[in-house]
Unconditional design. Structure first.
Length: 303
């Protein structure tokens, strides 16, 4: 298994092959760093953030265990999580800025137990294996980064959907961190929240028009991020500015005049803003939808 990402982070329970996989990347010219049990009184959050800030985004690194391992082993062996939810979130945001891949190594539990017995593991205990695997699974599900599961037993790869956890950026937003297309409406959908852009949705006429438009524009659902200008909590402009800073989309499609009032003053030097009528307007006045030039919008989104 090989990825060409600049930052490879290998996680998983002990005896699942993390170091073996890291060695493959070392042989490919990657610089390797191992993160084990923190020293007493060590500020692990500061250690992780300082390390990430020191990396050259043009060079290649492989990390043998990182922040997921700290969440798991801190919970089991150090009377609670080594990182708070806010710290975990900030580390993920920092990692998301890199060309990264998070790899979770897995093996059948009987093989892991056998290796524990053969190698006399001195940190993790054999009786804790099931608990460790459970906590890694939970932490993995809560990590909205590029990620892949690697099972050494069958050399199989499993790519999970890469979506932001709702609380990770904003409760009323959904999409992918590396999305090139950010769609901004005026306010959140009152009929429900988008949990997964690939699931069936029934959130009213505006949503149907929006997804119909996305389909006509031939944009992959894995390449979009949907949010709104008017938030239920916090300052509208500050919150939206933070979202734009995190996602850094190539295109920002602003839907409707109300959303335009907020986004006109949003600083987005790396993004091209395109204003289109709100889906509700297009639904209310069908002739407007007829006159709406889909081909021109397609052209604007490709150049």
């Amino acid at each position: 298994m090989k990825f060409n990402n600049n930052l490879i982070i290998i996680e998983g329970c002990d005896k699942t092959g993390k170091s073996t996989l890291a060695l493959e990347y070392i042989n490919e010219g990657y610089e390797c760093f191992h993160f084990g049990e923190p020293r007493p009184e060590e500020d692990t959050y500061r250690t992780y953030m300082t390390f990430l800030n020191s990396l050259d985004p043009e060079k290649k690194y492989v990390l043998d265990r990182f922040h997921l391992g700290e969440i798991v082993y801190g919970k089991i062996y150090r009377n609670g999580e080594g990182l708070t939810k806010e710290q975990f979130r900030n580390i993920n945001l920092k990692i998301a800025k890199f060309n990264h891949m998070l790899v979770l190594c897995e093996q059948p539990i009987d093989i892991i137990e056998k290796k524990f017995e053969e190698n006399e593991e001195d940190y993790a205990q054999i009786e804790d294996i099931r608990k460790i695997l459970k906590f890694f699974s939970l932490a993995w599900d809560q990590t909205p980064l590029n990620k892949v599961v690697y099972n050494y037993n069958n050399a199989g790869l499993t790519f999970p959907p890469i979506y932001c956890q709702p609380e990770f950026v904003h409760l009323e937003s959904v999409g992918r961190f590396e999305a090139e297309y950010m769609f901004i409406g005026d306010k959140g959908n009152i009929k429900g929240k988008y949990a997964d852009l690939h699931q069936a949705f029934d959130f009213g006429v505006s949503s149907k028009y929006l997804f119909s438009l996305i389909k006509k524009l031939e944009i992959n659902l894995d390449n979009i991020y949907i949010t709104n200008a008017y938030k239920t909590t916090g300052d509208n402009r500050k919150t939206l500015s933070k979202e734009v800073e995190i996602i850094q989309p190539k295109y920002i499609i602003v839907m409707g005049q109300k959303a335009k009032l907020i986004t006109d003053n949003i600083y987005a030097p790396h993004s091209k803003k395109i204003h289109i009528p709100h889906p509700a307007y297009l639904n209310r006045f069908p002739t407007s939808f007829t006159n709406f030039d889909i081909n021109k919008l397609k052209y604007d989104l490709r150049r």
